[in-house]
Design a protein around this ligand. Sequence first.
Ligand code: ADP
Ligand code: MN
Ligand code: MN
Ligand code: MN
Length: 346
Amino acid sequence: MTKYKLEYIWLDGYTPVPNLRGKTQIKDFAEFPTLDQLPLWGFDGSSTMQAEGSSSDCVLKPVASYPDPARKNGVLVMCEVMMPDGTTPHPSNSRATVLDDDDAWFGFEQEYFFYKDGRPLGFPTQGYPEPQGKYYTGVGYSAVGDVAREIVEKHLDQCLDAGINHEGINAEVAKGQWEFQIFGKGSKKAADQMWIARYLLMRICESYCIDIEWHCKPLGDTDWNGSGMHCNFSTKHMREVGGKAYFEALMGQFEKNLEDHIAVYGPDNHMRLTGKHETAPWNKFSYGIADRGASVRVPHSFVNNGYKGYLEDRRPNSQGDPYAIASQVLKTISEVPTGDKAQAAA
Ligand code: ADP
Ligand code: MN
Ligand code: MN
Ligand code: MN
């Protein structure tokens, strides 16, 4: 038997943005444990905004697991929070009710700022650094400083070692701002991996005395970009059938459901979706081919392939809950008829 270190990770009850929490238990297993070998566990919900002090037990239900690259015999255990009965989802548990479909693929582009001493990494004590322009995909100390790249490389390696579909990195438009991309087949698979990737990044940063600022517009109404989490998505129908009529019907439904989307695309998004800095105004839906100023960007490849492939919703922000975002995208897609029904309507 080997002693495994199981890090149970969950989302707490803070609003509008939950925090990641985690605690470790040690269990004996003959070999690396499978998900169904991982037991339910509990925690004190009164310390996480998930229960009253008088009856504070909440239950952690493992729903996904990954090897923990930073620990000998470590396991990262993504959990849903359940009521004390162990079967009723806790009100804060947004994962329990998401629409899911393994044929729906999601690619999230997570942007964020490194923060140190209360300001973006690389900002001077007073005032601002050189205006943005050279930082995006930049190389060299004056563009990215001396430590950010070390962190994003460590994060990349840990994600890959954990089996997370990390797909790429780039330095972003603002100084101290970066992006990584996570891909998954199915809402839950993609979103679980995003939450674990966020966890790993925050954990790596601890020893650098650096925090991640996830807010979508940490520098407010200035000439500094905000942070998004573009959601690239495709269903089997979009990839294999597609067509201009279906695409236009889909965009029509996105326009109709604008408010439902914005409601789950992350807090304070009106601060970011202003129409400036490669964004579309939050209250007006638009789409455009290769248009980074539209709500939905249609890649050239999509049009060239006969309106088949994936689309990019650019509105979700860096603090959005990927469970809720993927679920809303799937809900809107499900409202648009495909196949015979669509041909009859055309
Ligand atoms: P950009 O910065 O130009 O918007 P990125 O390369 O950062 O683009 O991100 C593109 C994202 O699209 C990646 O996360 C990738 O996983 C995702 N993606 C690619 N193909 C598909 C697909 N068929 N379905 C869903 N997502 C996809
Ligand atoms: Mn990108
Ligand atoms: Mn980006
Ligand atoms: Mn993008």
